[in-house]
Design a protein around this ligand. Sequence first.
Ligand code: MIG
Length: 688
Amino acid sequence: MIFRYKFGDPTETGAVVDFEKVQECTSGKPQYFTLESNCLSFKRTLPQGVAVYGLGESTRGINKRGWHYDSFCSDDPIHTEDKQSLYGAHNFIVIDEEKPFGVFVDIPGKVSFDICAESYDTLEITAEDGNFYFYEITGESIRDIVRQFRKMIGKSYTPPLWAFGYQQCRWSYPDEASVRAVAKGYKDAEIPIDSIYLDIDYMERFKDFTVDGEKFPDLAALAAELKEEGIHLVPIIDAGVKIEDGYDVYEDGVEKGYFCKDENGENYVTAVWPGKTLFPDFLNSEARHWFGMKYKRLTDMGIDGFWNDMNEPAIFYSEKGLDRAWEYVENQKGKPLDVNNFFDLRDAFVKLSNSTEDYKAMYHDMDGKKVRHYDVHNLYGYNMTKSAAEALDEIRPNKRTLLFSRASYIGMHRFGGIWMGDNQSWWSHILLNLKMLPSLNMCGFLYTGADLGGFGGNCTRDLLMRWLALGIFSPLMRNHAALGTRAQECYNFEKPEEFREIIKLRYRLIPYLYSEFNKANDSYDMMFRPLAFDYHEDKIACSVEDQLMLGDEAMIAPVYEQNAIGRNVYLPEDMLLVMFDTAESFTLTRLEKGHHFIEVPLNQVPIFVKKNRLLPLCRPSENTEKLSLDKIELFGWVDGRAEYELYTDDGISKQNKGERIIKFTAENGRVYSDCDDTELSDGGVCFD
Ligand code: MIG
């Protein structure tokens, strides 16, 4: 059951699309919370041990209890425990009481979730302004509540199949030659790859939808040349539009009035990479369509994937803010500096970036209604991505485009995926990557992944190896690194053949991952789940925060500590351990429910398969285009009978995806399928 309470006069965010099961409650008094008189703050006492799940992209644990989170899309590249906000605003939680229930706060502005941080047993949700919808969802289990929520917010974005291939990014590959060198590097090392990214330097002076003609004299030809090798080029699009005379996107947008304004209706001048910029008013439907259609300039060059960046929006400074800072500094000149004004002086310019003052001074025209940016802040990146997705639907009808964003809000999951932003080359960020996967799945984000190897800082070989051993399971598998950091392409490390094997294993897994992705999407379910969701009666399983269930077949437990020879793994039931030492050679071990220390050498990847389930792996290939289902190897521990239904489709069309299910069965010591074109091998199956 879903109950909705309306407070004030909420802005429609578009997060919810299916109202069939939603019951409007006019009482204004939620069942599970006590409401403070100002109607902004909801409180509930949580007995010790009650876990809270959700909040999508955020710091800390899978169980969110014990910290205060703020939903406010933030450009913050240091994802440490003390942080309260990251790039996304995902206001959905499930409280695991005896009768579990879910809460979704549909508010375009800031809302905070103090989950037993201030007071050890109090959950307090506080909205900053009084206009929002508050949803309470009841159900039989956590998973059931998540499914109801997901159905209410609608199906998730589905990328093309090639977006499940291995992807290489860097800030930046600044010219044609460096892009070709990456393609060659992978080819020479015989490491499979499906795409190479273009970061901001491909543009002419960082202007959206332009290409620097000197560094990339013929992008269309380059895209075509790479596509011959099965590699897609994926350019970045930034939110800010450069102010430059003669730049048509700027001039046209100004003329049509499509940029964010100040209080008096003048364009709000900010600065980002291109220098002075204006922000398109993505909350205006005409502006949205106008900006989205610009992607055609790149699709006309054969581009079929994009990533949207800086759309929290990230602001280096605003013209007005800078004026104020100078004024302050000039005023201080010559004055004695004491402990108070010294720090103010020192920070005068630092504070200019991503400042609340700017968010409060910027305005949108929401189809006739003037709205302060700050109050709808969390909808900005969402609507940038919606702008692209809706236009791409027009530009490339019935074809899927790879599209993901940095900032997001629930609802955006229907239009694109997200990546987890600027993480660091830290061991702890492998674990953070793992923990975000199920939380994001709860909130509708299925196409997601972190910058493998870490964005900031220098990555070591062992870090990348271990991180890839997790990354091979996430739908978005992209290696990305920041400007000035050590080269992070796999072939730039010693023994590239060991990277080759791990990535080849990814390609063997793609049919399964694609199948589980689509099944999860179709049934509003989670592809990655905490053990607590599946083994709720098992206290130990409920406390596991470094393993995940993947689909209904597998469990993953990556090594995330440097110099570790292996790790402790908890098995909530009997499972088959498949230890891959290369993509195609492995050992099988039957393991009983309970605690195990599993040795995992650096180049190996463990996958745990539940008893009487089957995991189908195809042959490795150099890219997804060459991936075939002709030969499937099954893995599993069969005591009786096991089945798997593999979802397949053409991997590219939108409507009428041409679905086909191939069924595999293992029983009585043999395996078979209902598809004559697939040759099966049972090398990975143990029969009892
Ligand atoms: O302020 O385009 O998160 O992936 O490489 C940095 C340069 C801007 C932030 C993105 C990152 C990208 C970088 N961008």
